[in-house]
Design a protein around this ligand. Sequence first.
Ligand code: DUC
Ligand code: ZN
Ligand code: ZN
Length: 489
Amino acid sequence: MAEFDLVIRGGTVVTASDITRCDVGIRDGRVAALAETLTDGAKVIDAAGLYVLPGGIDSHVHLDQPTGDGTRMADDFETGTRAAAAGGNTTVLPFALQIKGNSLRQDVLDYHRKAAGKCFVDHSFHMIISDPTPAVLGQELPALVKDGYTSFKVFMTYDGLKLNDRELLEVFAVARREGALVMVHAENYDAIKFFTERLEQAGRTTPNHHATSRPAPVEREATHRAISFAELVDVPIMVVHVSSRDAMEQIRWARQRGLKIYGETCPQYLVLTAKDLDGLNMEGAKYVCSPPPRDEASQVACWEGLLDGTFQVYSSDHAPYFFEHGELGKTNSRARTAFRWVPNGLPGVETRLPILFSEGVSKGRMEITRFVELTATNHAKLYGLYPRKGTIAVGSDADIVLWDPARSETITQAGLHHGCDYTPYEGFRCTGWPVLTLVRGRVVAENGTVTGDPGYGTYLKRGLSPYARPRGIHPGGFAPEPTSPFGSG
Ligand code: DUC
Ligand code: ZN
Ligand code: ZN
């Protein structure tokens, strides 16, 4: 019997820290050996000329999430994870949305039902807390964190989702006590309402005014407020989908004060601008997301943030809505009357990695080790999956993607595997492309064909992240508690 189930031969293995020419031996779904030469594999994949990277982890994905306004997400767990696999991802972290008035536990179970038997890649859930009742804060949330749901998202805007300041503080306090990481959607609700109503009164209702209605200070103010609350409660937070230099400056300012504030940006803030929303005949709706893409200077700022460590993670914020499809999509009859009815979100789980590889690594802006950190390793570390996921090391799951750095491809809707009817990146030319995706040692996608099975992807119960620990708590647990209104709680 062969020593390994599979050997990947002749490739260049890259982790967040090292670039090594070596072979990878895989046994029982895990990496069993890394060595200059491994020959004894039941199956051998020739990776000469290819990079061998940890599979992408996309920690910001929305799948099969109810919208409450008559529209429908274009991806369920089957089409969304199929697209993820084709795009070089091996794990996704979608959201389980609490509907106001519902039990959080029941809503989480509902997402397990939605995902059961459908996933091509491994997955876990962040919870969205929309209704922090005493029962949710006191019982459900602590119990769910202990059960492995170790991160949750809160919104500072959107009817039906927005938490007020007191509620944000309450949720932050639970996160601190339980050791969970809070992701924050930072935009000021009232400022958006103010601009939206004035724009509508002035007859400015086309999709491009979505961007006008939420300028950068709307994001900056909320980012600052979230950071201030995090400081007051002494809890680390992740500011998600950061789009502007203004918000980045708040994160840098906080870090200089010693706060543990993390940041995420997304492809739409690197390669799209608000001008993309200008298209006629509702074309601009294809680019409506929140925060909106901004200007070229903001793109430059976001690139800087990826390189200088302001951002720890680069995610897709895959939130796919059909462009057409009658009342279900972005061009539904109400959306044609005013931008406020256009569903917010873009598809991007399949195109996230090629865009960063091409614009970052192939164009020489970014070291490939940094690419690995931003697309896989840091996601695993921040969300309690490391070192099982996010690296190539003996004992880790054999979640691996082979990249051909020389392959040129053009992103087209026809070539993608998602359930959406368009891509905002139509015609985008890429140098460097994922050519083979392995989840726990099994090929799930190869050369644009998804070969895995829905249902192979498994649910991941996550641990607490060391990065979610409050300041002042030493990893060994023997340092004194920091001064906080919560004493030692
Ligand atoms: N926020 C998200 O995180 N995703 C889609 C829409 C939004 O506002
Ligand atoms: Zn958001
Ligand atoms: Zn999102």
